[in-house]
Write a protein that binds this ligand. Structure first.
Ligand code: NOJ
Ligand code: MG
Length: 554
């Protein structure tokens, strides 16, 4: 399983094997003490990423926004939200990152704008059928007085996916579609004006030097033309779809691919290697692979991998399937365990194996086993970082950070919590500002105690300064892994399985052998094995204990 394009040439480029670190700007580093992370805060902490050894950063949105969905509701695509800084701060961040050899990927949110975007204000002020309304998805309601939504689609955050507007004369009017929050009206991608606008937005950031775009909800832009009823729950983050089920009319429509082909032509017209990364919750892997055909995007997040259970057969299956699917279109595979939308893997893996992925964990919920979760998270990370392809890390996972699973509900800000009628806690628990110094205010997140989400007391023991230069700390485990990954070219080598049983996985890659023990009994290493790295200490007689990954030379 090597990475080749269909003509048999090896695929090259920094992104094929890059380790890309996700920064969630609100929660990374706060320079001005207002409790909200910002761009100058990020710039001041770039050396941390160099020390860690990543290749690139991806920044979640920092554009002007009412923050109805933490910045995924953009009101101006060509500027910086004042909470996070100003446009020159973005320019400085890009320059400073580049001077350290780090690439910069920014987030692009094309499925919807904010309801505070000037286009939406114009749409509300204009009449049904006007060009202003045609940039969004406005429809008359059903029922005698149009009092029912146009179809039965549900918002991913809960509640109906339609909101009725009040016309300028004060009368109830049409409805608009929002697959997410009411503050995030969906754009109409059948409208050429929308397409042209986004080509221009791409150029705006490419001209400022960004190395690529992470494309939000890449599987959602085009809707089935008749907006037919769906009658199913509407989860973006749902598990594997059954193969024989019809595709939902709002996701993964074939029409999205033409959009990305056009974008690819724009990126290819720029010097350097600029990339497009699809956030597409699409299964099975073969459907996802269509987003990374040679003339479309470069990468797609591998959420099937993130969702796979912690068992040897499940991990073997997802790794094999992922490599096969991307090989079939000549794209590199990607791997990810955590991001700003899911329970952090140090906590997720501390729930009993087979627990459905929770949408947040709060007071009163079954609590993860923190020690077990961290042990498994470390083993999962070393397994992931030994795989060929590109890997995504989420800020704080290099510290072994758990989810904040006892956050007071009144502190929660994710619209999911309110929109689900307080049944889904949502994503705040993985978005808590991260700890840098154990004894500083806000654990060094900023110069004051302020933190937009409360930091749990356990943050002190996870702080970077408690882990740096401490042998065996999670931070040092990541650093060593990233160094060896580079040294042994693991990202661009070929994986060969040696063993894929019920309890143990073993594969070769780039001159290393990797073993993960999922079983109960310790597993001996071959005689003469030279251990280069492990996620936890071996037994006294040199065997690999339960929930441990080892990198060795046989
Ligand atoms: C996916 C983003 O990752 C998530 O945070 C956001 O809420 C939705 N897209 C809507 O933009
Ligand atoms: Mg700030």
């Amino acid at each position: 399983m090597t990475q080749q394009n269909p003509s048999g040439d090896p695929i090259t480029g920094w992104w094929t094997e890059a380790v890309i670190y996700q920064i969630y700007p609100r929660s990374f580093a706060d320079s001005d003490g207002d409790g909200i992370g910002d761009l100058p805060g990020i710039t001041a902490r770039l050396d941390h990423l160099v020390d860690l050894g990543v290749d690139a950063v991806w920044l979640s949105p920092f554009y002007p926004s009412p923050q109805a969905d933490a910045g995924y509701d953009v009101s101006d695509y060509r500027d910086v939200e004042p909470l996070f800084g100003r446009l020159p701060d973005a320019d400085k961040l890009i320059t400073e990152a580049h001077s350290r050899g780090l690439r910069v990927i920014v987030d692009l949110v094309p499925n919807h704008t904010s309801s505070a975007h000037p286009w939406f204000a114009a749409a509300l002020a204009a009449a049904p059928g006007s060009p202003e309304r045609a940039r969004y998805v406005f429809r008359d309601g059903r029922g005698p007085a149009g009092e029912q939504p146009p179809n039965d689609w549900q918002s991913v955050f809960g509640g109906p996916a339609w909101t009725r507007v009040v016309d300028p004369d004060g009368q109830p009017g049409q409805w608009y579609l929002h697959l997410f929050d009411t503050g995030q009206p969906d754009l109409n991608w059948d409208n050429p004006e929308v397409r042209t606008e986004f080509l221009d937005i791409l150029r705006f950031w490419l001209d400022r030097g960004v190395d690529g775009f992470r494309v939000d909800v890449a599987h959602g832009l085009v809707k089935q033309a008749d907006l037919a009823d769906w009658r199913e729950p509407q989860e973006i983050l749902s598990g594997r779809e059954e193969e024989d089920k019809p595709r939902p009319p709002m996701w993964d429509q074939d029409g999205v691919h033409e959009i990305y082909r056009e974008w690819r032509r724009v990126l290819d017209s720029y010097p350097g290697e600029r990339i497009l990364v699809a956030e597409a919750w699409v299964e099975p892997a073969e459907r996802l692979a269509r987003y990374v055909r040679p003339d479309e995007m470069h990468q797609a997040f591998n959420f099937e991998y993130l969702l796979a259970s912690w068992t040897a057969p499940a991990q073997y299956a997802v790794i094999t399937r992922s490599l096969e699917a991307t090989d079939s279109v000549g794209a590199p595979t990607t791997w990810v365990l955590s991001n700003h939308d899911v329970v952090r893997h140090a906590s997720r893996l501390g729930l009993p194996v087979g627990t459905p992925r929770p949408n947040g964990i709060g007071i009163g919920d079954p609590q993860p086993d923190a020690a077990l979760g961290l042990r498994r998270a470390r083993a999962a990370t070393l397994l992931m970082l030994a795989l060929p392809g590109s890997a995504y890390l989420y800020q704080g996972e290099e510290l072994g950070l758990p989810e904040h699973t006892t956050m007071p509900d009144e502190a929660r800000q994710d619209p999911t919590w309110a929109r689900s009628g307080h049944t889904q806690r949502g994503r705040d628990g993985c978005r808590v500002p991260i700890p840098w110094e154990a004894d500083a205010p806000s654990y060094g997140f900023g110069p004051t105690d302020a933190s937009w989400l409360p930091q749990p007391a356990v943050w002190a023991e996870y702080a970077l300064d408690r882990q740096r230069d401490v042998p065996g700390s999670t931070y040092e485990m990541y650093r060593t892994a990233l160094r060896l990954r580079r040294e042994y070219a693991l990202g661009r080598s070929a994986l060969r399985w040696r063993e894929s049983g019920d309890a143990v996985l073993i594969f070769d890659n780039g001159g290393l052998t990797v073993l993960t023990n999922f079983g109960e009994a310790p597993v001996p290493l071959p005689a003469g094995a030279e251990v280069l790295h492990s996620s936890a200490p071996l037994t006294d007689d040199g065997a690999v204990p339960t929930d441990v990954t080892v990198w060795f030379r046989a």
